[in-house]
Design a protein around this ligand. Sequence first.
Ligand code: ZN
Length: 233
Amino acid sequence: MKGQIENKPGVVEKSPVTALPEDKGTPVLKATVIYIVDGDTIHVRLENGRKEKVRFIGVDTPESTRIVELYGKEAAAYTRKELTDRTVYLELDVAQRDKYGRLLAYVWLMPPRENSKTEVRKAMFNATLLLIGLAQVMTVPPNVKYADIFVEFQKEAREAEKGLWGTIKTPAPVSISNKASTETKYIGNSNSKKFHRPDCQWAQKIAPRNRVEFGKREEAIKAGYQPCKTCKP
Ligand SMILES: [Zn+2]
């Protein structure tokens, strides 16, 4: 992996680099955000003029599942609002690029002075996304420098039902069969001349060609139908 990085032209180590005071090994790159791909991926221009695609380390903004798709859009909008044209400080970890060649970074909104939880909460954008519930923790070793803090922040957001955590706990939308039951009160079988509540197991087994719907119980009785002994309509 290390060899792979060294073989790439224009490796990160050759860019203008500053380091965290107590952590001389960690490069921090000053950059300007020039484009937002989505909630956790941006394009930047480094101080040396080179453009880079940057994927935020340790977080994943929603996009795949239907229930949180909305928050994927919201996360992208939030990142766009907060980061567009902004100067950021990219702190790298052990693995500097992913398999797509994207730079992997902790995105600081001011030059990071220390690695404390307080500082991360205050000034690291990756952490902000977790704290407001617009991202979930996604730990990909070996980039685990802030993994514990990220998990803590996610727990905090989940307990406060922030963002997508609030959505996940919301009951699913009314299903089509439940919706039908509010409109159709009784279902008859024109073959057996029995009628049922819509949620009765027997009602659900009636062949479409024998299925009759009644809005009121009396209508079914008047039409000569007998109430089912299972669901007792
Ligand atoms: Zn029934």
